[in-house]
Write a protein that binds this ligand. Structure first.
Ligand code: AP5
Ligand code: MG
Length: 222
């Protein structure tokens, strides 16, 4: 089976998680969100979770070797047979090299890989993140722009939604800085390969989805 990989780029709060859930549903591919996977480890208080927390609380990157092992393990699961949608991975050169190496055989066998940039201004992001509420199942809400149907409860799985520990102004500022310095330069590769799909992340959630859906359709991905 020819595999499809979609790699979502965008600053913290640009809407990667929000759009990844819709993409996963539409493309029938699993969403591989390193942030969600790490938060699940935190919740379990596993050794990895305890290490990761130290970095995540400061808005720093968790060491590459831990992430690579994690992603490798996730890609071996049966639901990733047809490919995956990456949210939050890769974030630096080392991780990008890892993923390109990892998907190379699939691309040689006729698979496809595209990157998506959800392009949002730092101003819009800072305004959004204070109101974010997250769920362990990966669903994302916003008290202003996307409230849950029942206050405090996830629409999808019924669990209690929560405020992320890294949604504090100082940590948000550090995460944004890190994104511009380490992750944004990775886009050059995808742009030069003609494999970058860009959408305006400052628009409303449904507008972003409309633009994204149209563009992935143009590429024959749905
Ligand atoms: P991660 O969880 O990946 O966080 P992030 O990249 O900082 O991105 P966010 O999840 O904050 O934002 P998002 O783009 O998903 O936006 P969302 O859809 O939630 O990573 C967290 C930490 O884990 C990292 O800092 C690092 O420590 C570690 N980590 C993770 N991956 C790693 C890696 N590969 N290597 C090393 N360390 C790693 O939307 C945000 C809010 O806005 C929500 O409230 C949403 O409802 C709302 N919203 C979304 N779109 C719109 C819109 N268009 N208009 C209005 N509101 C909107
Ligand atoms: Mg996210």
């Amino acid at each position: 089976m020819a595999k499809t990989f979609l790699i979502l780029f965008g600053a913290p709060g640009s809407g990667k998680g929000t759009q990844a859930i819709r993409l996963a549903d539409k493309m029938k591919l699993p969403m591989v969100s390193t942030g969600d996977l790490l938060r699940a480890e935190l919740e379990k208080n596993s050794p990895l979770g305890r290490i990761a927390k130290k970095y995540m609380d400061k808005g720093k990157l968790v060491p590459d070797e831990l992430l690579a092992e994690f992603v490798e393990h996730r890609l071996k699961k049966a639901d990733a047979r047809a490919g995956a949608i990456f949210d939050g991975f890769p974030r630096n050169e080392e991780q990008q090299e890892f993923i390109l190496r990892r998907i190379k055989p699939a691309l040689r066998a006729g698979g496809r890989a595209f990157a998506v940039l959800i392009d949002s201004s730092d101003k819009a992001i800072k305004a959004r993140l204070g109101g974010r509420r997250a769920c362990a199942c990966g669903a994302v809400y916003n008290l202003k722009t996307k409230p849950p149907k029942r206050a405090g409860v996830c629409d999808l799985c019924g669990k209690k939604i929560y405020t992320r520990d890294d949604d504090k102004p100082k940590v948000i500022a550090d995460r944004l800085k890190l994104y511009h310095k380490q992750s944004e330069p990775l886009l050059d590769y995808w742009r030069s390969e003609g494999k970058l799909i860009e959408v305006n992340g400052d628009a409303a959630i449904d507008e972003v989805w409309k633009e994204l859906e149209g563009k992935i359709k143009e590429k024959g991905l749905i």
